[in-house]
Design a protein around this ligand. Structure first.
Ligand code: 5GP
Ligand code: ZN
Length: 114
């Protein structure tokens, strides 16, 4: 997608603090962190949102979670705890329409559901 900001980060056209990358996924620090550690994990393939994913995408989306698990350990928040969020459309507050998993941690979260 030529006008997608996250596709541009994957392509290196927009700078980001990339913390992990492999053939399927890229992870980078959120530009406006909502927690001491806030990383976005995205598939290298453009998918707008969960509404647009298919059964064929299940291994890819599952890979985002195992990547989040590894990054949580790398960032030292695996034992203390972390939160994974995937927003879909306006009522959930989705602002970037390239599917992404938020990894949040590093402090005690007060509100259980945001
Ligand atoms: P959403 O609200 O769609 O679930 O989350 C989008 C996230 O992307 C937000 O937390 C926002 O701060 C982050 N974001 C938006 N634009 C950029 C950018 O250009 N670079 C980085 N690193 N994060 C971004
Ligand atoms: Zn995209």
């Amino acid at each position: 997608m030529t006008d997608c900001i996250f596709c541009k980060i994957i392509a290196g056209e927009i700078p980001a603090t990339i913390v992990y990358r492999d053939e399927q996924a890229t992870a980078f620090r959120d530009i406006n962190p909502a927690a001491p550690i806030h990383i976005l994990i995205i598939p290298n393939k453009h998918i707008d949102s969960v509404n647009m994913m298919t059964v064929d995408d299940e291994p890819l989306i599952g890979h985002l979670f195992t990547t989040a698990k590894a990054l949580a350990a790398q960032e030292g928040i695996a034992n203390g705890g972390f939160r994974l969020i995937m927003n879909t459309n306006a009522d959930a507050g989705q602002t970037v329409f390239h599917i992404h998993l938020h990894l949040l941690g590093g402090s005690r979260m007060k509100n259980p559901m945001g």
